[in-house]
Design a protein around this ligand. Structure first.
Ligand SMILES: O=C(O)CSc1cccnc1C(=O)O
Ligand SMILES: [Mn+2]
Length: 634
């Protein structure tokens, strides 16, 4: 009966590629229902092959969507509509029956910063005003994908329907995509992802850069209970490559709560000491705080080795042995281009030598990618003089002629490379181990120009959860203003929270209880500054010195390398290897100023009271009270 009903719904929509009848009944019904709703020109069932990727690339080059970067093999440049260049948090919604399943009970007048709730009724109205007929004249690509190694015990399957071939290409790089996923899926359930650029044909408006989008009607809605994502109007990044932020964080953290595991905005890295002992770290930093750089770190201290498992998302579950195991659910890197160079992240650069799509970066006359931070590297590679460098012909992200030193940016600040993870020279051999790697330490961090020491260790799992909940980045306001601008980003999940944050903290508390062996939780701050705004710590490859201390604390038996303070255990002077570094002002780097911390704890209490409110679990409130007492006694 299913085949008959389903076939009936498809009778006017041709299959451009693939065998519809070979799809499982659940998949057939999903495809047929959405095709009926969105009325595409035809259905293209992706197989995930290299030939398919190449065919789509060739078509997009022909259409002018992609430009080959002729200095490399199989590297392409894509320029978007300048109105469609980043995640759109204001248009990102969690749709649940009960508002407080999605957001916390914040006091009246306080705008929640962790997620936005939309009622099911409102979602129905918004859906009806967008999706009917939205794919007219475009193919609907059926993208079956696995987050995590196909068939792995921690992996989950999704199917994205999209009218954007650019998204198909990116999903093939960022996930395991194609026929093998359908085979592993069978007739089981999957996360349903529907994406449209929101511009049915015939198009009535000018399309910029061959990048169809509908900025005025962007909506990225999640129905966590139904494991469904509806994205409309944007073709870019986290809005459209739905396996990433929408599935692997917002939907997955709901699945993790229901099934007893964690979906986190964390890197995963393996750190091997000179004695050959390897430990794994999962770390969460707010966006643009150097997660990718840390995950792919090139240590400056001889004998140390770092290998990356993932640079952005970790799915973590306690195993039968009580240890916490993590997989990187993604198969690629969607990294920020500006600021990435062989100096700051050689491994990322090497990952992008081929098979990579660069979005909104600049291009040199020689067909090379270019972005802010590559000036020195380009000059050295070409043997240019400063004068020659200044006259180098560059096309900026807007497609305009541009020269180094000109007004404006070469590359958009959120321009990205989409590169296969397997191309990273220091990818970990176990990066695709289905059961994951054992996590020995969880590290939180933020951009804290004052008052916060280089590293500290929490006293307990609950204290560590408070440390994570209080992750923030501060920007010291320009000289003429007093005070500072504090941006909270609890566990670095603020833009990606999939449900009530208080309930999320409860879930963390519960998972840390015996017989689970909760890893130690640390906080690092690479960004502390002197009074005249110079960094006190070199960072980058020298951060291995801090990881060394962290791993010695994890190994235990060296209690004398730490001293107990009001905020946690901090390194005793001389227990962090500073050999070879220019003079480090240890006191400034490690001090815990009372006045700063009294104010900071006060501000943190205000944040938790207003943003989590009555949903804040008592054990975390207790930790805050204890912290407050300790800093007042400083
Ligand atoms: O603007 C976008 O859609 C990309 S945001 C992003 C991409 C890769 C990794 N992390 C992020 C983020 O904002 O955390
Ligand atoms: Mn991220």
């Amino acid at each position: 009966v299913v085949t008959e009903v389903v076939t009936h719904k498809l009778n006017h929509i041709p299959i451009f590629k693939g065998d519809f009848a070979s799809l499982s009944p659940k998949v057939q019904r999903f495809v047929a229902e959405k095709a009926e709703l969105m009325n595409p020109a035809g259905i293209y069932i992706c197989d995930g092959s290299q030939k398919e990727y190449d065919d789509i690339v060739d078509k997009l080059v022909e259409r002018g969507v992609l430009t080959p970067l002729k200095a490399y093999e199989n590297n392409y440049l894509c320029r978007t509509d300048p109105r469609d260049v980043a995640r759109v948090e204001s248009k990102t919604w969690m749709v649940t029956k009960d508002k407080y399943d999605s957001v916390c009970h914040t006091p009246d007048g306080v705008r929640p910063i962790m997620g936005q709730w939309m009622s099911e009724e409102q979602f129905g109205v918004e859906l009806d005003s967008r999706f009917p007929g939205c794919m007219a004249g475009r193919p609907m690509y059926v993208v079956p994908y696995s987050m995590g190694p196909i068939g792995g015990p921690l992996s989950k399957n999704g199917i994205e329907l999209t009218d954007s071939p650019y998204v198909v290409l990116c999903m093939r790089t960022m996930t395991r995509m194609g026929t093998k996923v359908l085979e592993a899926l069978g007739d089981n359930d999957f996360v349903r992802c529907i994406h449209s650029v929101g511009l049915p044909r015939p198009v009535k408006q000018k399309v910029i850069n061959h990048w169809p989008c509908n900025p005025e009607k962007v909506m990225i809605a999640h129905r966590p209970k139904e494991r469904e994502i509806w994205s409309f109007g944007s073709g870019y990044g986290g809005n459209s490559i739905l396996g990433k932020k929408c599935f692997a964080l917002r939907i997955a953290c709901n699945i993790g709560r229901d099934e007893g595991w964690l979906a986190e905005h964390m890197l995963i890295m393996g750190v091997t000491n000179p004695e050959g002992e390897e430990k794994f770290i999962a770390a969460a930093f707010p966006s643009a705080c150097g997660k990718t750089n840390l995950a792919m770190l090139t240590p400056t201290v001889p004998g140390w080795k770092v290998r990356v498992v993932g640079d952005d998302i970790a799915w973590m579950k306690f195993g039968a042995d009580g240890r916490l195991y993590a997989i990187n659910p993604e198969a690629g890197f969607f990294g920020v281009a500006p600021g990435t160079s062989h100096k700051t992240n050689a491994m990322a650069m090497e990952s992008c030598r081929a098979n990579t799509i660069f979005t909104n970066v600049a291009e040199t006359a020689d067909g090379e990618y270019f972005w802010e931070g590559l000036e020195k590297e380009l000059k050295e590679a070409k043997g240019y003089t400063d004068e020659q460098l200044k006259h180098l012909e560059i096309t900026n992200w807007l497609g305009e002629r541009w020269h180094i030193g000109d007004e404006g940016k070469a590359a958009h600040p959120n321009s990205r490379f989409t590169a296969p993870a397997k191309q990273c020279p220091n990818i970990h051999p176990d990066w695709e181990a289905p059961q994951g790697v054992p996590i020995d330490a969880i590290v939180f961090g933020g951009r804290r120009p004052e008052g916060v020491p280089l590293v500290f260790e929490s006293f307990s799992w609950e204290h560590g959860i408070l440390v994570g909940a209080l992750v923030k980045s501060e920007t010291t306001a320009a000289a003429e203003f007093t005070g500072k601008n504090v941006m909270h980003d609890p566990m670095a999940m603020r833009p990606f929270m999939g449900y009530n944050y208080g309930k999320y903290l409860e879930h963390w508390i519960k998972l840390g209880k015996a017989p689970h062996k909760a890893p130690k939780i640390f906080h690092v701050n690479w960004f502390r500054e002197t009074k005249d705004h110079k960094f006190l710590w070199p960072g980058f490859g020298d951060n291995i010195r801090v990881l060394d201390w962290i791993l010695r604390r994890v190994a235990g038996g060296e209690e004398e390398i730490a001293i107990e303070t009001a905020i946690g255990y901090v390194p005793k002077r001389g227990t962090i290897n500073l050999d070879g570094l220019p003079r480090i002002d240890w006191n400034d780097l490690m001090s815990i100023p009372k006045d700063y911390w009294v104010e900071d704890v006060d501000e943190s209490r205000h944040f938790l009271d207003t943003q989590v409110g009555s949903d804040l679990p008592q054990p975390i409130r207790d930790e805050l009270d204890k912290l407050e007492k300790r800093v007042h006694a400083l």
